[in-house]
Write a protein that binds this ligand. Sequence first.
Ligand code: PBE
Length: 307
Amino acid sequence: MLQIKWKRLGVIAGLSLSLVAAGCGQEKDNATNNENNGENTTSIGEEIEYTITGIEPGAGITEATDNALDEYENLAGWEHEKSSTAAMLTSLGDAIKDKEPIIVAGWSPHFKFAKWDLKYIEDPKGVYGKVERIQTIARKGLKEDKPKAYKILDRFHWEPADMESVMLDAQEMDFEKAAQKWVDGNQDKVSEWTKGIESVEDTPIELVLTPWDTERSSANVAKIVLEEKGFDVTLTAVSPSIMFKAIASGDGDASLAPWMPETHGAFYEDYEGEFEDLGENLKGAKIGLVVPSYMDIESIEDLKPAE
Ligand code: PBE
């Protein structure tokens, strides 16, 4: 009983978790019993006004978070505040500065994990999927019309660490420069993609992306690599559903932006059969609910319904 009181006191007094942990020492282990968990997590919901800080309407993760509110009974009465990625990151940074609780719709690769100490909370119902991959799709006919571009795009494959390094550099320079820096430093990879492909002369190609840093990174790298082979590349950023629509209708040539199987799965199904799937260009991506590591919560199911 004693440790429960301590915990409660700590929370009420707004003491930092580390202080509470230090004060409780040994009791920390016992603190994982259900009753005690309840005490802590109820207060998380209260403290953040039962609100998950989301991003843009239209993002795959926004739809997944709406689904999470529907599917987890314990999230009854919770709200999903949609705004923008920039606003979400500002709220996250502000909360961390003050060591306050916050739950955001998050994804990786993303620099927020390098900048702050964060963790995904478990999603036992699998609403956010497990591991995501990022795929390349092309309009029907691209393979015949622009076989060299098609081949380069088909070969485009990199690792989360590559994408992260572009995203991190892009904090200090624009995406073109950050992408150029990556291309300059990774000629071994780039030459795998372009091996044996002869240059063209000013063949136009339009790549469609979604407006997030992950996709700005891949699109700008692809742009530089295609331009080195003589293509005249246009980048067009649109929301995920429009991205699929543009490729399905042939308005755009290709996209490196679809996140699968969960994030954009519903959009993918809407247009399935109307575009070509060139397979993954990156594996090991993830979406989910993300919190600062100092928060005493492990799973979405630890949260309590709004009162
Ligand atoms: N994201 C980043 C996008 C895709 C890339 C996960 C925020 C989305 O949810 O649609």
